[in-house]
Design a protein around this ligand. Structure first.
Ligand SMILES: [Zn+2]
Ligand SMILES: [Zn+2]
Length: 431
């Protein structure tokens, strides 16, 4: 009978019999080894807590790792920056050393010209006097010998040959001389024989003259629009450079030309002619472009125009070209050296740069400020007055710049120049 069996069984085994329950004694050993306990056996709350803790630990570890990475990255960046800086410093140092070496080399070459009188021609064998044994001409008094400033002197005659110029310098107490290497008012060129070059160099080393420059011919006009005249000028200018290099001169002074037709074209022609010649002729003799009074169509009477002329030369020629500051010309061109000396020199430095200044022509002016007329006067007796010359002789910025007089000689070749050089040295002494 299935029905009664079913009902009977219903009552016999209640589903919640105590025998089916896990006895408490059975739970204890499980608790003894919680490590081996499977998570499935943990309570849901505990599981959640563990999960959260694990997550927090992971987050903390990640944060710590990120921080570590950040610090490492920062350290690496700092190290890289230091390396870059060190490299830059090293490069700067290398550049400075190279510049210094180049300057030393140039100084060496320049003094080599002075020390080896045979330089510039074939096989001269000149005995260079030992220091202290240089014979001093009668022109130098003890006071003048005590003067140790930059080379100071005057334009001297070469009548009787180039070799007569250095002793003439001695006669007036000069340590710098300027000369013509040919008849300045004629196109006829001159070529020195080896004997003449030797005679000049021998004469020069016997004197205290440490700066010698040429002044080129007045006929040269490198800016001329006339092709024939310009070609003639270029040839004459080239020969002037060659003669001066042969004599071992420090510089050639040259006036910018006259543009005649149009200023800009004239400036371009002048610059192109200089480039043409300097690329053909090589030697340590520097070209010094002299400021002009600006009479007629003369170029180079303003600092700006001279700067433009210099800027037209290629970088390779720049070190070979500087400027000559003629006080009379600059004054006549309109720069008031007499009353605003500092302003003029600041403007000169801003436009041209003191580093381009290779020579002073010290001349007072017979003509007034801005007259554009080129008339030289004895120092202190012209429209500039002695104040500007006192400034030039005492300004430390000009202490190493050679200075040459081109003032009227008077009745003889010696008296005026001697007197003026002595006067300038008195100025230099602050008296
Ligand atoms: Zn001149
Ligand atoms: Zn001059």
């Amino acid at each position: 009978m299935p029905k009664s069996k079913q009902s009977a069984s219903k009552h016999v085994a209640p589903p919640t019999s105590p025998t089916t329950k896990v006895p408490p004694a059975m739970k204890t050993p499980v608790k003894k080894s919680p490590a081996k306990q499977s998570p499935a056996k943990q309570s849901p709350a505990k599981k959640l807590a563990a999960k959260a803790a694990a997550k927090a630990a992971a987050t903390a570890a990640a944060t710590k790792k990120a921080e570590k990475t950040k610090v490492a990255a920062k350290k690496a960046a700092e190290k890289k920056a230091a390396q870059v800086k060190a490299a830059a410093t090293k490069a700067e140092e290398r550049l400075a050393a190279a510049k210094k070496a180049a300057a030393a080399k140039l100084a060496d070459e320049t003094s080599a010209v002075r020390q080896v009188p045979g330089w510039g021609s074939s096989d001269h064998n000149v005995v260079v006097p030992k220091p202290g044994t240089i014979p001093v001409g009668a022109g130098l008094c003890p006071y003048e010998l005590a003067y140790h400033g930059a080379p100071l002197g005057a334009h001297v005659s070469t009548s009787g040959g180039a070799a007569t110029a250095p002793p003439r310098g001695v006669d007036i107490g000069a340590t710098a001389i300027q000369l013509f290497t040919k008849q300045a008012s004629q196109w006829k060129e001159k070529q020195f024989t080896d004997a003449e070059v030797l005679a000049f160099k021998t004469a020069l080393v016997k004197t205290p003259v440490t700066f010698a420059t040429a002044h080129d011919s007045y006929l040269i006009n490198l800016a001329s629009p006339n092709a024939e005249l310009r070609a003639k000028s270029i040839d004459s200018f080239e020969q002037e450079m060659r003669r001066s290099i042969a004599l071992g001169l420090d510089a050639v002074v040259s006036h910018p030309g006259n543009f005649m037709d149009d200023r800009a074209s004239g400036l371009a022609r002048n610059a192109d002619a200089i480039i043409e010649v300097l690329e053909r002729v090589h030697g340590p003799t520097r070209l010094l472009m002299e400021f002009t009074a600006g009479q007629g169509t003369a170029l180079g009477s303003t600092f700006e125009e001279m700067a433009e002329l210099l800027a037209r030369l290629p970088a390779a020629l720049q070190p070979r070209v500087g400027v000559c500051f003629d006080t009379a010309h600059v004054f006549a061109a309109g720069y008031d050296l007499a009353s605003v000396f500092d302003d003029v020199m600041t403007r000169f430095n801003d436009t041209i740069g003191l580093d381009r200044l290779g020579l002073f022509h010290l001349n007072d002016s017979r003509e007034p400020l801005g007259s554009r007329k080129d008339r030289h006067e004895l120092i202190g007796l012209g429209k500039i007055g002695e104040g500007a010359f006192r400034r030039i002789m005492t300004d430390q910025r000009f202490a190493h710049i050679p200075k040459v007089l081109e003032t009227p000689k008077g009745d003889d070749m010696i008296t005026n120049d001697r007197r003026l050089l002595r006067r300038l040295r008195v100025f230099a002494g602050g008296r």
